[in-house]
Ligand binder design. Structure first.
Ligand code: SF4
Length: 826
């Protein structure tokens, strides 16, 4: 197969069908900007995607010192050469003319260009002043899921042992805090049990709140290829929207928002009632089954149907498919993680696997997925609410061990309470105890709930706000100091995807102007602060990315995420490698828990667990009595109604989510012409029945209003469940007349104008999917349809011209023998 395909019109490209158990055939996707052909490429430089958690391996094409395209790496275990639309086109944002190229500082209320010495001096002197006057608790750091491992690790050391603050979190809190928590609750340790290769072996794939077609498009290509091959798997889809996954499923359940625990309890009820429990597995590897049995004994499909508003017969059908599966792969994402009772629901998916013995074998696995490219790294490195190396903050031995790695006293590492989560950090800033907030690589002025509140927190005079990013984002416009950062392709580092695969991303081109790698910025700061260990030596002894990686290896040694078998040279290879990778597993580890549960023992576990309803932390004594031998834990949960239900004035439920063409707040993807043209503006989805009842039609300008605020967008009429509205969350204000937020002639545009300040009690992940909302007409449409893609979950019910990319979106797909991809090639 050699084809040229419009990958906006056809985001998943051509098929390469394959049968169960066979390796996924490669297909190399290559995109070069119009003016270039392959003969013009001077160098191909190894990297992996930073636009979703797949970690698609690719090479960047370089010519005349500039990026001119990308191609997939054929031998890589993650993508076998394929790339998704964002991988193919978003690199163009690197070359955007509005990149930040010099530091900026606020002067007389305005941001003005400055130089690195002045900007860093401001930050260092403010830090020192605050440390002296108010202590370490006045300083917080909020980072990203898009930097590299080396950067998170350096930030963690300087924040936790240098400053001594407990206030360090990542925006992965918004995304995959629930994945981490669910894994800790069930297995005592974060880290994906399964592997993407489980897609090759599964006979049943259940996707819980996971529109994988748009969030991890390359793994969806893999599922599509299985569906077209012999012995294709059956799909079960739980999603209130008519996603591409739903359209390909044997059973699609579209529950009311906020009722996942009820639905999962009914599925568990049915699997147990029909005797499909693997009692040998339970006896050997788990504790807690009796409690679950008791909890779900009355949770019949009929009971759940009344809560979830799905037919009981469909629940029975789904339970039958899951119950008879020989190799069951389940995947979970934001439909669970950002919804009511997030961790409780995610844990019930783990329970389904534990009671069926579907762990640790090819095709039998759980992917508690990530959404961000390096979310896993923030979690491993302790930049996201845990101590590095999955150490348990409540286990003194773990803290002492970490203090040994850093050569500081254990008291220097805050561990009096769990590390502060992001939502709490913003509350502390609101209340005035946090006086300096350093935000790197993320845009909370668009991405956090209840934006009017967030903007007012960030704009306070008493808060010293440092923002480190590529562009003058909505958040950066409120900063006191803006630091221009280099990004992917302009710096070297590693990133680990959702299935524990570590990739090396090499520097291909120079960053613009004076922009610097995030690592260099953190190292400059550490030097300015002169952080020392207990022998008076520099606390941070490394000077570059490889040095940081080597330091991290020492920190990870002996822990579940053991990197000691890896090096930059080893990663300059044909494929990424899955941790743990060490002397016992020099080629990496495809699946965890193949020989039973290995990290849940009270002495080694990352957490002693929490109550799934209240979030209250258990202590070591509770844990020891529940799980003295370190088995997997089956934890039941009671269904509770969502906190905010529809009412007379707010009759709809509102959910938010993403489209395949954009990432986060469009900071990068809106600067890639093909991606921006495919989904240029916010839209609002409603069902045909609801639209008709309100006299609304496709393309009408409508307003969505909640207790918090409102936004306006054009209406897309779809097959979404009745009573539900959907708004994509990507759209902020930087490309409007009022670039920091709504105002003047610019109405609300961001979905988070409307979302609620509320979070899951266990994972502290904010809830973006449970608001009660009203929908009203602003202006009758003048003919054009909503600016929503026709290719994805936003597909219209009526006839609307198809979304296409045209000549500039054509991508070469080839199954000719793969390019040599060992290291950098010329
Ligand atoms: S888009 Fe969603 S899944 Fe992706 S990183 Fe953001 S919150 Fe996570």
């Amino acid at each position: 197969m050699d084809a040229s395909v419009d990958r906006i019109a056809n985001p998943w490209g051509g098929r390469t069908p394959y049968p169960r158990g066979a390796p996924w055939p490669y297909r190399v996707d290559t995109y070069l900007s119009e003016q270039n052909d392959p003969a013009d490429v001077e160098r191909w430089v190894q990297t992996a995607s930073i636009l979703h958690s797949d970690g698609d391996a690719m090479d960047v094409a370089v010519r005349d010192g500039r990026m001119v395209g990308v191609r997939g790496r054929a031998q890589d275990r993650v993508n076998r050469g394929r790339l998704g639309p964002k991988d193919l086109f978003a690199w163009q944002a690197n070359g955007s003319g509005d990149r930040l190229a010099r530091p900026m500082i606020r002067h007389d209320g305005q941001l003005v260009e400055s130089d690195w010495t002045t900007a860093m001096e401001r930050i260092v002197s403010r830090t020192k002043g605050l440390l002296e006057q108010q202590g370490a608790g006045s300083i917080g750091f909020y980072t990203s899921g898009q930097l590299f491992l080396e950067e998170y690790y350096t930030l963690t050391v300087l924040a936790r042992a240098g400053i001594g603050t407990n206030h360090l979190d990542g925006n992965t809190r918004l995304c995959t805090a629930t994945a981490a928590e669910a894994l800790k609750e069930s297995f005592g340790c974060d880290g994906q049990p399964g592997s993407y290769d489980d897609i090759d072996h599964a006979d049943t794939i259940a996707l819980f709140g996971h529109n994988i077609a748009e969030t991890q498009p390359v793994q969806w290509m893999r599922i599509l290829d299985r569906l077209e091959g012999h012995t294709s798997p059956r799909l079960v889809c739980v999603d209130p929207r008519p996603t591409p996954v739903a359209r390909h499923s044997t059973v699609h359940l579209a529950p009311r928002i906020g009722t996942n625990v009820a639905l999962l309890n009914a599925l568990l009820h049915e699997v147990i009632r029909t005797g499909r429990v693997d009692h040998d597995y339970l006896a050997a590897h788990t504790v807690g089954f009796e409690g679950l049995q008791e909890r779900v004994k009355d949770c019949t499909p009929a009971w759940a149907a009344g809560i979830c508003d799905v037919p009981a017969a469909r629940i029975i059908e789904a339970a039958e498919i899951i119950g008879v599966a020989d190799r069951l792969l389940s995947t979970v994402l934001q439909g669970i993680y950002q919804s009511h009772q997030a961790t409780a629901a995610a844990v019930q998916v783990n329970n389904l696997h534990l009671i069926r013995g579907m762990i640790g074998r090819p095709g039998a696995g759980v992917l508690q997925m990530n959404g961000q490219p390096s979310a896993q790294n923030t979690r491993e490195c302790g930049a996201n609410g845990d101590l590095p190396g999955f150490r348990n903050w409540a286990n003194d031995q773990h803290v002492t061990d970490l203090a040994g790695v850093w050569n500081v006293s254990a008291d220097a590492i805050p561990h009096y309470a769990p590390p502060t989560h992001a939502m709490q950090m913003f509350r502390y800033a609101e209340q005035g105890s946090i006086r300096m907030l350093w935000i790197s690589g993320t845009n909370p002025a668009v991405s956090l709930p209840e934006l009017a509140r967030i903007r007012s927190i960030l704009a306070q005079d008493r808060l010293f706000l440092v923002v480190q990013d590529l562009f003058l984002t909505e958040t950066a416009q409120l900063a006191d100091v803006v630091l221009p950062a280099a990004t992917w392709g302009e710096k070297t580092g590693t990133l680990t995807n959702a299935d524990r695969t570590v990739h090396l991303s090499e520097k291909a081109v120079e960053p613009p102007g004076e922009a610097k790698p995030d690592l260099d910025i953190f190292l400059d700061y550490a030097r300015g602060m002169d952080f020392r260990d207990k022998d008076g030596e520099p606390l941070i002894g490394w000077h570059d990315a490889e040095g940081a990686f080597e330091a991290w290896k020492r920190c990870s040694a002996g822990r579940p995420c053991d990197y000691t078998g890896l090096s930059y040279d080893i990663l300059r290879g044909e494929s990424g490698i899955q941790w743990p990778c060490n002397a016992q597993a020099p080629n990496g580890t495809e699946r965890l828990y193949t020989q039973g549960i290995s990290w849940a023992h009270p002495d080694t576990c990352e957490s002693y667990g929490k109550d799934l309803v209240t979030g209250a932390s258990d202590g070591v004594v509770d844990y020891q009595s529940l799980n003295p031998d370190g088995k997997a834990m089956i934890k039941p949960a009671e269904y509770l109604p969502p906190h905010e239900e529809p009412s007379e004035n707010y009759p709809f439920q509102l959910t938010t989510g993403r489209t395949i063409y954009h990432f986060h707040t469009r900071t990068k993807t809106a600067r890639a012409p093909q991606l921006n043209a495919a989904a240029p503006e916010v839209w609002v989805e409603a069902s045909a029945t609801d639209a008709a009842a309100l006299g609304l039609g496709e393309g009408d300008l409508v307003e969505v209003r909640t207790h918090r605020g409102s936004l306006r967008g054009h209406l897309r009429v779809t097959d979404i469940r009745q009573g539900l509205l959907f708004v994509p969350f990507h759209y902020g204000y930087w490309d409007t007349d009022t670039p920091a937020g709504p105002g003047g002639q610019t109405p609300g545009r961001a979905a988070n104008e409307t979302t609620v300040t509320d979070w899951d009690p266990v994972s502290k992940q904010p809830l973006f999917k449970t608001a009660a909302a009203a929908l009203t007409l602003v202006q009758r449409g003048a003919g054009p349809p909503a600016p929503a893609p026709t290719t994805t979950a936003s597909a219209p019910l009526g006839h609307v011209g198809a979304t296409e990319g045209g000549p500039t979106a054509r991508v070469r797909q080839s199954s000719n023998p793969p390019n040599s991809t060992r290291g950098e090639t010329t």
